[in-house]
Design a protein around this ligand. Structure first.
Ligand code: PLP
Length: 387
């Protein structure tokens, strides 16, 4: 059966060029970058190249890239590291209700340590209000963390405006952005956006799992999360994941090579999917408005009244089509989605929402097949109403 993978916000397929590069590193260039012999020097070169490739996409210095094991680690490192380093300056942190668990759970841990956290709400399209942000900043605010693109509904946060606002109130407040869902789809310039720390993950951009990075403004001192041999300038000890790092660099380069065309094509597919399924009765799209709010190019959150998300997911799976139920890049555990609750989605739709997510590899034919499958399945599944 043909497979149609529309779960790219959960993870993406590794580009063949990237898999080939990793194989070469695993089989031939397997040195430890800390070793003084040639094998070590060769490994070190891969890291340097990756840093250059990534730094170029963000227009930052190579010194400002720290490799981690994933987006979650980047978020943890940024938030715990900054909060602990700034503790003497203040106790207040601002974030949003719709962050990924990598941020939300870390905030809860900081709360237990005694930090005071403000959670900003959103409008029905999943976007924070800059006025609420402004009103939330206090004299003791040390850190603000706002995601760029929401992983569940694809809403785009006004991070540039937020950065400008925060720094105009107090330039010492540290601004962190979780860019796991936006890097590779948007031009991101941390310096121009007043962003001090930016989290990115490799497996969302056709790189492998097990690699991510944190952009850390070189003027900023935060406490490291992982202590040991002092690799990466003491900021993240542990022998570097050379193959993953090289892959991350190549993925970064490849994602930005044809960005405009790729993004336009994904928006076309997104519109096509929306048009194709919203003529089915009681099917609605979250985070998108009739008057022009389109959200990110790759995420489409679809609520289907009277059909449980899990049932629809498996029915689509039987046709070879892979999607997510609500928020599904965490675990198999069922929990109410914080984003869908925050946007005020009707209670009966919380459990009836699936996410389609596209990549640069998605084709129009695949979208056509998904539309056809939705038309076939929904009337049948509605015969088995959950209540
Ligand atoms: N932040 C956001 C917005 C995400 O969507 C994800 C994963 O889906 C993460 C963080 C965590 O990234 P990783 O899976 O690399 O740990």
């Amino acid at each position: 059966m043909k497979e149609i993978y529309l779960d790219n916000s959960a993870t993406t397929k590794v580009f063949p060029e990237i898999a080939a590069l990793m194989t070469k590193i695993y089989t031939d260039d397997y040195g430890n970058p800390s070793s003084m012999h040639n094998k070590g020097v060769d490994a070190e070169k891969y890291i340097r190249t990756a840093k250059e490739q990534i730094a170029k996409t963000l227009k930052v210095s190579e010194k400002e890239i720290i490799f981690t094991s994933c987006g979650t680690e980047s978020d943890n490192m940024a938030l715990l590291g900054a909060a602990h380093a700034l503790r003497r300056k203040g106790n207040h942190i601002i974030t949003t209700k719709v962050e990924h668990p990598a941020v939300l759970r870390t905030m809860e841990a900081l709360e237990k340590e005694g930090f005071d956290i403000t959670y900003l709400g959103t409008d029905r399209y999943g976007v924070i209000s800059l006025d609420e942000l402004k009103d939330s900043v206090r004299d003791d605010t040390i850190l603000v963390s706002i995601m760029h693109v929401n992983n569940e509904i694809g809403s785009i946060m006004p991070v540039k405006e937020a950065g400008e606002l925060i720094k105009s109130i107090n330039k010492d407040i540290v601004f962190h952005v979780d860019a796991v869902q936006s890097y590779g789809k948007f031009v991101i310039n941390p310096k121009k956006m007043n962003v001090d720390m930016l989290s990115v993950s490799g497996h969302k951009i056709h790189g492998p799992k097990g690699i991510g990075f944190l952009y850390l403004n070189e003027k900023l001192r935060i406490e490291p999360l992982i202590l040991g041999g002092g690799q990466q300038n003491n900021m993240r000890s542990g022998t570097e994941n050379v193959a993953g790092i090289a892959a991350m660099g190549l993925a970064a380069k490849m994602m930005y090579e044809n960005l405009d065309d790729d993004v336009k094509r994904m928006y076309d597919h997104k519109k096509h999917l929306i048009d194709g399924i919203t003529d089915i009765e009681d099917v609605s799209i979250n985070g998108v408005s009739d008057d022009g709010i389109m959200g990110a190019p790759h995420v489409i959150s679809v609520s289907v009244k009277d059909v449980r998300a899990e049932v629809l997911l498996h029915a689509l799976e039987d046709k070879g089509i892979y999607v997510s139920a609500g928020s599904a890049c965490s675990t198999h555990k069922k929990s109410v989605s914080s984003t869908l609750s925050a946007i005020g989605l009707e209670k009966n739709l919380l459990d009836s929402t699936v996410r389609f997510s596209l990549s640069v590899l998605t084709t129009k034919d695949e979208i056509d097949d998904a539309i056809k499958a939705m038309h076939e399945l929904i009337p049948v599944l509605r015969k088995y109403k959950p209540h």
